[in-house]
Design a protein around this ligand. Structure first.
Ligand code: UDP
Ligand code: MG
Length: 169
């Protein structure tokens, strides 16, 4: 089945200069990258992304983690991969959530760690099923930022909503 999946290279992955390694590993899947960008993550975006974990004791820490507060790297790289069995392929390469339990050759097994405060710093996020992937892709990307039509869209005219544009030299 053709699927889309959201992949985030988290702030620890960026700080450890792992972008190239992670993209190379993911390229083994032969999936297509249909969207990619750098994002400065607001508290609202981080909390919405991890809203299913709101009641967990580590919620506050993973919000700070995704925002880059733990790594002095206030950004993540967000990508959408598309193709056959995209979710299983990307999650298998990523490895288990707990980097100590992840297979040693997986991305998280190779580069992840558990902090002294117990947070799993596991260098990337991968959506875990179709419903989560759709919710997350719509959260992180606008329709025009994705080069294929993944989900139904509607036309909207935004009145009086200022946008930033390039200034003349
Ligand atoms: N996490 C953690 N401790 C836990 C469970 C999760 O620090 O006991 C962090 C970890 O960074 C993980 C993120 O919270 O990637 C989201 O958790 P989820 O259960 O969705 O795992 P994932 O889908 O990322 O494998
Ligand atoms: Mg998850």
């Amino acid at each position: 089945m053709e699927q889309a999946v959201l992949v985030l290279i988290k702030p620890d992955g960026l700080k450890k200069s792992l972008t190239g390694n992670i993209l190379t590993r993911l390229s083994e899947t032969k999936l297509e990258i249909v969207a990619a960008k750098m994002v400065r993550v607001s508290k609202e975006l981080a909390e919405e992304h991890y809203r299913h974990l709101k009641d967990k004791p580590f919620f506050g820490e993973i919000i700070k983690y995704l925002q880059g507060d733990l790594h002095d790297r206030k950004k993540v790289m967000a990508l959408v991969y598309w193709g056959k069995d995209a979710i299983t392929k990307c999650r298998t390469l990523a490895g288990a959530t707990n980097p100590e339990e992840a297979e040693a050759t997986s991305i998280r097994g190779s580069y992840g760690r558990i902090t002294t405060s117990g947070v799993y710093e596991n260098v990337l996020h991968v959506s875990s099923d179709d419903t989560e992937a759709e919710r997350e892709i719509k959260l992180w990307f606008k329709p025009e930022e994705i080069i294929v039509d993944l989900y139904a869209t509607k036309s909207a005219v935004l009145k009086d909503s200022p946008v930033k544009a390039w200034a003349e030299k």
